[in-house]
Design a protein around this ligand. Structure first.
Ligand code: COA
Length: 370
């Protein structure tokens, strides 16, 4: 028996939350093609994932009130973030979220209602912790959240200290929707495995943040921007790519375990990247990205994934590349928490088997004789 490397093709659970159709290039959230949902607010998508339907106005107001009430983070977390500026921002985010545990009503209560309240609190507070990290890294004081702004606008306000223009908020809102869930990706599976032991929501989210941090997963968006900077100029793209492919380097922001065609999220982000490049009068990063996309298709037949065009979009928006992965987490915390709720609604602990290839029958040799 050969173990399926990386669990490729293995179906481990049923889920109603999202489906990735890698052949058609479609992403579905609870029955809706994601293209249908891009005009929603992120708050509506939160309701969809946690309560199974798009909200009525009344339900949206109720949810929003809970999100707004949960926006502040304890002073201990603020102080921790303030003294960790040199740490990897995802490491700071992971530890900061971990500290929130003692401030939730009852993190050990695994009832459906309590888990959903924890999810709302963590979705709200993850944005505040991430914004605090951005402020500290920029050497600026933390910004107190506002109650009158949407989730996306308040997040940007806490990052920059000014109320964003609508176009900026709309772009962040779109990015949050597109990154919210993606079936059994590595971090979501991590969250579900932790939840399956009947541990708590905070533990599952912290583990998921750790999983997202890696460059083969959420860390790719930061790596894409570093790649574009390394390439430097449009004219260098092809020679850079030829060298990188000869050296068998993985090109960040390309490839996907499931998609065999263009990632539908990347389609939206590509349009955003172009729009933002024109808006700020600098299309260089978009043009370099588009050239790299074409060359990767010609030379390797590999398409870009969600991380590829988010990099040049965020860069044009003036966001520090090191914050791209934490922004991913600000969105994906929704998917993770919804998966924890779903896992615990019909739980069986994850306990796969391994194919042991370590030999047998060895005899103990005394330490002095080894
Ligand atoms: C996403 C990813 C981890 C999927 O991994 P996977 O399903 O295990 O696929 P593999 O790494 O086995 O790749 C299959 C083949 O495509 C090639 N390939 C895949 N992604 C590639 C990339 N980004 N650059 C160059 N070659 C790539 C591999 O080298 C491999 O070729 P081979 O069969 O000749 O050895 C992988 O494509 C990758 O590392 N991409 C870059 C990181 C990234 O953007 N991650 C974000 C994902 S949303």
């Amino acid at each position: 028996m050969m173990a399926p490397k990386g669990l490729a093709g293995v179906v481990v659970e049923d889920t109603i939350l999202s489906r990735v159709d890698g052949v058609k290039g479609e992403l579905t959230y609870l029955g809706y093609n994601v293209d249908e949902l891009v005009s929603c607010s992120f708050e509506e998508i939160i309701h969809l994932f946690l309560y199974g339907s798009l909200p009525t106005r009344g339900q949206l107001e109720e949810l929003n009130a809970k999100l707004v009430a949960a926006r502040t983070i304890p002073e201990s977390v603020q102080n921790y973030v303030a003294q960790a500026p040199a740490d990897h921002p995802m490491a700071t985010l992971r530890s900061g979220i971990s500290m929130l545990s003692g401030y939730l009503t009852d993190p050990e209560d695994l009832s459906d209602a309590s888990l959903k309240d924890d999810a709302i609190a963590l979705i709200s507070k993850t944005a505040t912790v991430a914004a605090a990290i951005a402020r500290v890294r920029a050497g600026k004081p933390l910004v107190t959240p506002r109650e009158d702004l949407s989730h996306a606008a308040n997040f940007l306000y806490m990052c920059n200290g000014e109320v964003p223009e609508d176009i900026v908020t709309d772009t962040m809102n779109l990015a949050l929707i597109l990154h919210a869930d993606h079936s059994f990706n590595a971090s979501t599976f991590t969250a579900r495995v932790v939840a399956s032991t009947q541990s708590d929501m905070v533990s599952a989210i912290c583990a998921a943040v750790g999983s997202l941090k890696g460059p083969l997963h959420g860390g790719a968006n930061t790596a894409v921007m570093k790649t574009l900077m390394e390439i430097g100029e449009l004219d260098n793209v092809e020679s850079w790519l030829d060298t990188a492919l000869t050296e068998k380097r993985k090109i960040m922001g390309f490839g996907h375990r499931v998609y065999r065609v263009f990632d539908p999220r990347a389609r939206h982000l590509k349009a955003m990247s172009e729009e933002w490049g024109k808006r700020v009068g600098n299309v260089k990063w978009f043009e370099m990205s588009a050239r790299l996309e074409q060359l990767m298709l010609d030379k390797k037949n590999i398409n870009p994934n969600v991380d590829f065009y988010s990099a040049s979009t965020y860069y044009a928006m003036g966001i520090d590349p090191d914050m791209y992965t934490p922004i991913f987490a600000v969105s994906r915390v929704l998917g993770w928490s919804a998966h924890v709720v779903e896992q615990l609604s019909d739980n069986r602990i994850f306990r796969p088997k391994a194919n042991y290839v370590g030999g047998e029958g060895k005899k103990l040799v005394a330490i002095e004789d080894r």
